[in-house]
Design a protein around this ligand. Structure first.
Ligand code: HEM
Length: 478
């Protein structure tokens, strides 16, 4: 280990086979250990996940110099044996590299654009879900409502519509319930430190008592892929290959697959890749946005003075219960400040995804060979007290300047940076704004009298999962 560490930037002493994983569990979800190491070793240091070293970059200036300005050197993902096993090979967009990755990233971005991002179509789809939320909640005014569940359904409808072209209405209720059950299962499985240990330190994890991670996730994996494969087959049986326009991602994929196969390429748009792309888009598109929305409302309930402030802005600018659209965003800077602060505090990826260098490079004064693990540590940057004083305090005012205008702060980077920056950022931003603004404009939100305030403590969980809480809602306009 000493030999392996000799040329890497200094960092905390790893334990053989486990690395520095234990530090992330004290307290969870690890923000504090990364902040402590940044103070101790500077903005470039080495962190060990199991037996693999990762060079952590934890200041915005250094990220700009590396991941942003020299993006090609930092574009690759580091292969994770667990992912390989789960997916059945190198598939999807989140974990792949090279030409294969860029083809699928470009294709997915094109589809997002074609299905309306940047046009009115996507907004209309989201606003339909806003109205569905209203319909559900209006039937349960003054009672305790499971707000996260209502939001999750709305976000699931948006992503499922995009990928497979339909919403989970009454007829498809059972599908939604099944997917919800699977997502909850997955969230709970990864709350356990022993699962994390097994994924990142398999040489130790395999000796732990109880079922191994592959056994734990087997049913989840089978059911999840089965859901996607059934939807894909339904599309295949109905598709009109001659129709110029496609209605959803699945239809576009099948057309591209046919075109490529006619040219002799059976690999790039294979069936296995298809279900893995669905997994990536569905999962990344649902879990992240739902988690952020539930934290936003959780924070506002815990800090009611900011809830009052954001609703005052809505009363001043909107002044009725009409639907708020993206066109209103520029006039609602405080609402955007609340979303920014929610994303900063929710800080949903305590450790960002694992990249590796594509070539030999120099970071700070250290020579880093090709294929070394590197991480853009955005969670530390969003807790940098020189930019965000009292970083753990929820305070949207920090995003408002002395003229009441929205402040642009580069260090707010929840969608990450560089060539792998979140593929769904545009969609996510639109959803966060439309769901949150319309929800808060329509309802007075109060904590549940039986459960009290939603918990905003993360110190007992390894990851950041959606908050679970009920709230009591009243209409703000009769
Ligand atoms: C609040 C919502 C969201 C947050 C905070 C978020 C955050 C992130 C982050 C931190 C990454 C890692 C980037 C890196 O490797 O450095 C990422 C990647 C990704 N996100 Fe998101 N995301 C959100 C919503 C979405 C949505 C709605 C979609 C789907 C349409 C999506 C799809 C993806 C995909 C496919 C990647 C992998 C991109 C690649 O490797 O090329 N995300 N996201």
């Amino acid at each position: 280990l000493h030999w392996k560490r000799r040329n890497l930037p200094p960092g905390p002493m790893p334990i053989p086979f486990i690395g520095n994983l234990l530090s992330m569990a004290q307290p969870q979800p690890g923000y504090e250990c990364f902040r402590r190491w940044t103070k101790q070793y500077g903005d470039v240091y080495t962190f060990w996940l199991g037996s693999t070293p990762y060079v952590i970059i934890s200041s915005y200036s250094r990220i700009k110099e590396t991941f942003i300005k020299d993006g090609d050197t930092y574009v690759n993902k580091k292969a994770q044996p667990f992912q390989h096993e789960f997916r059945g090979g190198e598939y999807g967009v989140i974990e792949t590299n090279g030409q294969f990755w860029s083809t699928h990233r470009r294709f997915a971005l094109h589809q997002l654009r074609d299905f309306g991002l940047g046009k009115d179509v996507m907004q209309q789809r989201i606003l339909i879900e806003v109205q569905e939320i209203f319909e559900t909640v209006d039937k349960a005014l003054d009672t305790e409502v499971d707000v996260p569940n209502v939001l999750r359904r709305a976000v699931a409808n948006v992503i499922n519509q995009l990928i497979f072209g339909y919403r989970f209405d009454c007829e498809k209720e059972h599908e939604f319930l099944k997917m919800q059950e699977l997502l909850e299962f997955q969230e709970n499985a990864f709350k356990e430190f022993r699962v994390i240990l097994e994924v990142f330190a398999p040489s130790v994890g395999k000796f732990l008592p109880g079922p191994n991670v592959n056994e734990i996730l087997l049913k989840f994996k089978t059911d999840f892929f089965e859901f996607f494969e059934q939807r894909i087959e339904e599309h295949r049986s109905k598709i009109d290959f001659d129709a110029e326009d496609s209605q959803d991602y699945a239809e576009s994929y099948l057309k591209e697959q046919k075109k490529r196969e006619a040219d002799g390429d059976f690999d790039t748009f294979s069936n296995k890749q298809f279900s893995n792309m669905c997994l990536d888009l569905w999962f990344a598109g649902l879990a992240t946005t739902t988690t952020t929305l539930t934290w936003a409302i959780g924070y506002l309930l815990n800090y009611p003075n900011y809830l009052v402030k954001v609703q005052e802005e809505m009363d001043r600018v909107i002044g009725s219960d009409r639907l708020i659209t993206s066109g209103d965003k520029v006039d609602l800077p405080y609402t955007t400040a609340v979303i920014n602060e929610s994303q900063r505090c929710a800080n949903i990826v305590p450790i960002n995804l694992f990249h590796e260098t594509t070539r030999d490079t120099v970071i700070d004064k250290y020579s880093i060979p090709a294929c070394t693990g590197v991480i853009a540590q955005i969670s530390t940057i969003m807790l940098d007290e020189s930019v965000f004083p009292e970083p753990y305090k929820f305070n949207p005012d920090r995003f408002i300047d002395e003229n009441g205008k929205l402040k642009k702060v580069d260090e707010l980077c929840p969608f990450s940076v560089g060539k792998r920056q979140c593929l769904g950022e545009g969609l996510a931003r639109m959803e966060l704004f439309l769901f949150l603004s319309n929800f808060l404009n329509r309802y007075e939100v109060k904590p549940s009298p039986t459960q009290g305030l939603p918990c905003i403590d993360k110190s007992k969980e390894f990851g950041v999962t959606p908050r679970k809480f009920d709230a009591v809602l009243k209409k703000r306009y009769s």
